[in-house]
Design a protein around this ligand. Structure first.
Ligand code: GTP
Ligand code: MG
Length: 238
């Protein structure tokens, strides 16, 4: 299965070279698309240099910081205009360990979406402070209860999609960012009847670079989750 890993970056110069190097060794059917929002630390230029050395590495450069969700949408659209069968979401900060990728690629053969889940048996977080674990668990629980779904990790961002899912979801109508983007993608897919499978992953906190989580991202998720709930009918298959 020809797979594109879409990897948004903002100031990840100290992480991407190591990560992309590892990804190239995981499976020869994998390409990586780095979607950089004009990072001031030069991540875009470094990505460009990596791409020049390896035809399986691609770069999409955008003029400024426009958020995680829009970066993924742009990356998926780039890939959909090419011949990829599966698409992955992955953070660039080494929190998502590449060694889980073979399992994702195995499971996607029988599912529409595979979610790397921190909140099922075998999953977890290696080194987060308790306050972050609490925030993340609460966010997933909040979304689960309001939307009435049974996915344990609704804000997970280590995911594999079959091509047809992205073709059907109407990406140009998705405008959310951060946590909310992750919730919206899963909810729209569930409403359309796609099969989602969760596999356990251990998430490791970033060691280099800074978090881009903001109050705005948390607030957006709190509010938009309710809007999604009342739009359920719009997301269902006609
Ligand atoms: N292109 C682009 N990438 C972004 C943007 N915001 C975040 N990212 C990237 O999205 C990924 C996830 O962002 P993080 O800040 O690591 O979010 P997080 O993993 O929830 O938070 P931490 O655990 O604190 O790292 C990283 O690879 C970031 O570089 C953005 O506005 N544009
Ligand atoms: Mg991170």
């Amino acid at each position: 299965m020809k797979t594109l890993i879409v990897m948004p970056t903002y100031n990840e110069r100290d992480n991407i070279e190591r990560l992309v190097g590892r990804l190239m060794n995981v499976d020869s059917g994998i390409d990586v698309l780095i979607v950089d929002d004009n990072s001031p630390d030069g991540t875009g230029d470094l990505a460009e240099r990596l791409a020049q050395k390896n035809p399986r590495i691609h770069v999409l450069r955008r003029p400024g910081k426009q958020g995680l969700g829009p970066a993924y949408i742009a990356g998926f659209q780039w890939g959909l205009s090419r011949d990829y069968d599966a698409f992955m979401e992955m953070d660039a900060d080494l929190s998502h360990r590449p060694r889980y990728i073979p399992r994702f690629l195995q499971e996607i053969k029988d599912a529409d979406i595979v979610v790397g889940s921190r909140w099922i048996k075998g999953g977890g977080i290696a080194n987060w402070p308790l306050s972050r674990v609490f925030l993340s668990r609460m966010a997933s629980l909040y979304a689960k209860l309001i939307l009435g779904v049974s996915i344990a990790d609704m804000t997970a961002g280590y995911i594999c999609y079959r091509r047809k899912v992205l073709e059907e979801l109407g990406l140009d109508r998705i405008h959310s960012d951060g946590y909310c983007f992750q919730i919206e993608m899963k909810y729209r897919a569930l409403c359309r009847g796609f099969k989602i499978v969760e596999i356990p992953i251990i998430f490791t906190d970033r060691k280099a670079g800074n978090s881009k989580i903001s109050r705005h991202i948390v607030l957006e998720a709190l509010i938009i989750t309710w809007i999604l709930r009342f739009r359920k009918k719009l997301f269902e298959r006609p």
